[in-house]
Ligand binder design. Structure first.
Ligand code: FAD
Ligand code: N01
Length: 540
C-alpha cells in the first residue's frame, strides 16, 4: 500500500501533519487515518518506536509495568499481545511498537529518515507549511507535535570532547549493532535512570567500569522477572476495568498495588519501617506512595529517604562508597530510578565510583578524562547525561505562528502553553505531552492516548461546526501557566536541580515544566474545556 501524500508536493493540503512516530505519533496517525483524514507522520529515525528506537543501551526497560505501559485503545491488540517480563526490556517494547505499526497499517503513511526543520503558519491560507531535511514541503491544516519529551540528548559541552580517541556512546543514541565491552576499561558519566539501568550489565561484561557521579540518585529494585501468567490473565479478563482503575490514579498507573492514604506521622516507627519494607519488596515506583505525605511534607520525605539510604548502606560493602551513593536531596524531586542490582554492583572488584560533585570533569582527553587533577584512561566512554527534556526537541524546529511569532522567542523565559496541548499565537498546532501537561509525571502511554483522543475529538468538533481554526487565548494560557506554577510551588519538586526544571541544561530557564496536579484532575479540566465549547480557545 502506498500513500501519495508522502510526496514533496501533495496535490492538496493534508488535514493533519504529525511529527514523530513514537507511541504518540503512531496513535495520532491511526486516529487520523481511521477518521478518513489525509494524514502523514514524519520521523527522523528509520523506524517507529521513538524512545524505544533510540535508547538501545544495555538494560533499557520501562519502569511502569508492561501490563500498564501499553496502548489501551484497541481491545484486540491488548488481548492478543503477551508481554514476557514484568518490566519489558527495550527490544520487547520496540517489537510491540513495530507490531502496532504493522497491525494498523501505519508504515506507508510515515516518512522515515526525515527531520522536520521549519514550520510556518500561512495566515492568508490558514495552513501550516512544513519543511524537512529532504527538501520536502508539506501544507497541512493541522499539526500534531508528537516529538517526545525525552528525545533530544543532552551532551554536556566538556572541554576536549572531540579529542577522545576511544569509543564513545550516548545512552539516548545507542548504536543498533551490539557494543562489545569485553576486556575494556569503560567510564560512564551520569547516575540517572539510564546509567542505573546500564551500569550493572556493563560491569558484568567489561574489564573495569568507573562511574562518575555528580548527584547520587534514589533507586528502588524492580524485582523484574518473567511476567506472572496468572496475573496477566486476570487483568485480561477485564482489561477495561484495569485501565479505568489506573486512569483514576494520580499518575495514571499503580492501581494493582495496595493503597494507603495515611500520613507517615500517624504510624509508629515499626509500622513505618514495615510499610516501606513492603513497598521495597514489591519494587518499583510504588515506593513513593507508601504514605500520603512523603511527596509533600519535607520531614515525611526525609523519613522515606532515610529508609532508602539505610538500604544502600546495608547493600554496599565499602562504607565510603555507600555514603557516596546516599542521595541527600528530597526523594522524588528527581525522578526515582528502578533498577536490577544497581547498588550491589558496587561490591564488584571491577567497579569504582568517582565523585565529581565538588570536582567537576575538567576535560576529556584523547585517552579518557581529568577530574580532581587526576587523569583516568578508558577504551570507551558512555555518556548517560540525559536529555534537553520537554522543550528541547520542539525548539530545535524553527516554528513560526501568527504574525511570524517565533516559538523560540515566545518560550525564551520558559514554555507557555494552554493545557500542555496548545500555544497562544499558534493556531491549529497541538503539542502531545507538552510542558503544562502531566506528561513525564505519569504513565506516558495513558497520557498520550488522552491527548490524542482530545485532539482528534477537537478536529471532529471543528469539522462538524464548519470552523477552520482553533487557537488558545493569551488569557487562558497565562492562567494555565500560573496555575501550574502555583501547584508546583506547593510541592517539593522545585527543591533540587532536576531536568523537570530544566536545570540540567546550562542557560535553560528554570520553570517546573510538567503539570503536577495529577492525571485525573487534569483529565477533568480537559473534559470540562471540551464540554464548555472549548473554553479558553478561539474557534473561527
Ligand atoms: P518519543 O518516543 O520520544 O518519540 C518522538 C519521536 O519524534 C522520535 O522518534 C523522534 O525521532 C521524532 N522526532 C523528534 N523531532 C523530530 C523532527 N524534528 N523531525 C522528525 N522526527 C522528529 N515513560 C513511561 O511512562 N514509562 C516508562 O517506563 C518510561 N521509560 C522510559 C525509558 C527511557 C530510556 C526513556 C528515555 C524514556 C522513558 N519514558 C517512559 C518516557 C517515554 O519517552 C514515553 O513513555 C514515550 O515512549 C514517549 O513517546 P512519544 O511518542 O511521545 O515520544
Ligand atoms: O538522564 P538524567 P537519564 N558532569 O538527566 C549527569 C527517563 N528514563 O537519561 O543529576 C557530570 O536523569 C547528571 O548529574 P546531575 C526517566 O524519565 C527512564 O538517566 O545533573 N555529570 C545525571 O546523573 C529519566 O528521568 C528510564 O547532577 C553530569 C545524569 O548525567 C529520564 O529518562 C530509563 C553532567 C543524567 O541523568 C532521563 O534519564 C532511562 C556533567 N556535566 C530514562 N551532566 C526507566 O527506568 C549531566 N550529568 C524507565
Amino acid at each position: 500500500m502506498t500513500n501519495s501524500y508522502l510526496s514533496s508536493a501533495p496535490s492538496e493540503p493534508l488535514d493533519v501533519l504529525i511529527v514523530g512516530a513514537g507511541f504518540a505519533g503512531m496513535y495520532a496517525l491511526h486516529r487520523a487515518l481511521t477518521s478518513n483524514r489525509r494524514a502523514i507522520a514524519i520521523e527522523r529515525g528509520n523506524g517507529v518506536g521513538g524512545t524505544w528506537f533510540w535508547n538501545r543501551y544495555p538494560g533499557a526497560r520501562c519502569d511502569i509495568q508492561s501490563m500498564e505501559y501499553s496502548y489501551s485503545f484497541d481491545a484486540e491488540l491488548q488481548q492478543s499481545w503477551s508481554w514476557n517480563e514484568r518490566y519489558a526490556g527495550q527490544p520487547e517494547i520496540l517489537d510491540y511498537a513495530n507490531h502496532v505499526a504493522d497491525r494498523f497499517g501505519l508504515r506507508p503513511h510515515i516518512q522515515f529518515e526525515t527531520t522536520v526543520t521549519q514550520m510556518v503558519y500561512l495566515e492568508d491560507q490558514k495552513l501550516w507549511e512544513t519543511q524537512t531535511t529532504n527538501g520536502d514541503r508539506y501544507l497541512s491544516r493541522f499539526c500534531v507535535m508528537a516529538t517526545g519529551c525525552l528525545s533530544s540528548t543532552n551532551l554536556p559541552d566538556f572541554d576536549g570532547l572531540s579529542s577522545f580517541q576511544g569509543e564513545a556512546y550516548h545512552t539516548g543514541q545507542w548504536p543498533h549493532e551490539p557494543v562489545d565491552f569485553a576486556g575494556k576499561n569503560v567510564g560512564i558519566i551520569g547516575t540517572g535512570s539510564s546509567a542505573i539501568q546500564s551500569i550493572p550489565i556493563i560491569a558484568e561484561q567489561c574489564k573495569h567500569l568507573t562511574i562518575f557521579q555528580r548527584t547520587a540518585n534514589y533507586s528502588i529494585p524492580a524485582h523484574n522477572g518473567p511476567i506472572d501468567e496468572a496475573y496477566a490473565a486476570s487483568i485480561k479478563a477485564d482489561y477495561d476495568h484495569f485501565r479505568t482503575q489506573n486512569k483514576a490514579m494520580f499518575a495514571g498507573f499503580g492501581a494493582h498495588q495496595t493503597r494507603w492514604d495515611d500520613s507517615v506521622f500517624d504510624a509508629d516507627e515499626e509500622t513505618r519501617q514495615a510499610r516501606f519494607e513492603t513497598r521495597w519488596q514489591e519494587g518499583g515506583l510504588g515506593f513513593s506512595s507508601s504514605f500520603n505525605d512523603t511527596g509533600s511534607d519535607l520531614t515525611a520525605n526525609q523519613i522515606a529517604a532515610e529508609f532508602v539510604r539505610n538500604k544502600i548502606r546495608s547493600t554496599v560493602d565499602d562504607p565510603v562508597t555507600a555514603e557516596l551513593l546516599c542521595p541527600d536531596q528530597v526523594i522524588g524531586c528527581k525522578r526515582v530510578c528502578v533498577d536490577t542490582n544497581y547498588y550491589a554492583t558496587f561490591n564488584r572488584s571491577n567497579v569504582s565510583l568517582v565523585n565529581v560533585k565538588d570536582q567537576p570533569i575538567e576535560t576529556i582527553t584523547p585517552s579518557g578524562l581529568i577530574t580532581g587533577g587526576q587523569e583516568y584512561n578508558f577504551d570507551m566512554l558512555v555518556f548517560a547525561t540525559g536529555f534537553d527534556a520537554m522543550t528541547g526537541t520542539l525548539l530545535k524546529i524553527d516554528i513560526r505562528g501568527q504574525d511570524g511569532l517565533c516559538l523560540q522567542e515566545k518560550w525564551a523565559e520558559g514554555p507557555k502553553t494552554y493545557l500542555g496541548l496548545a500555544i497562544a499565537g499558534f493556531p491549529n498546532f497541538f503539542t502531545v505531552s507538552g510542558p503544562g501537561s502531566p506528561s513525564v509525571l505519569s504513565n506516558m502511554i495513558v497520557t498520550i492516548e488522552q491527548h490524542i483522543n482530545w485532539i482528534m475529538d477537537c478536529l471532529e468538533h471543528l469539522s462538524a461546526s464548519g470552523a477552520q481554526t482553533i487557537e488558545a487565548t493569551q488569557e487562558a494560557e497565562s492562567d494555565w501557566v500560573e496555575l501550574g506554577n502555583t501547584i508546583a510551588d506547593g510541592t517539593l519538586f522545585p527543591t533540587c536541580n532536576s531536568w523537570y526544571l530544566g536545570a540540567n541544561v546550562p542557560g535553560k530557564p528554570r520553570i517546573f515544566m510538567p503539570f503536577v496536579g495529577g492525571f485525573p484532575t487534569y483529565v477533568e479540566i480537559c473534559d470540562q474545556v471540551q464540554q464548555t465549547d472549548y473554553r479558553g480557545f478561539t474557534i473561527q
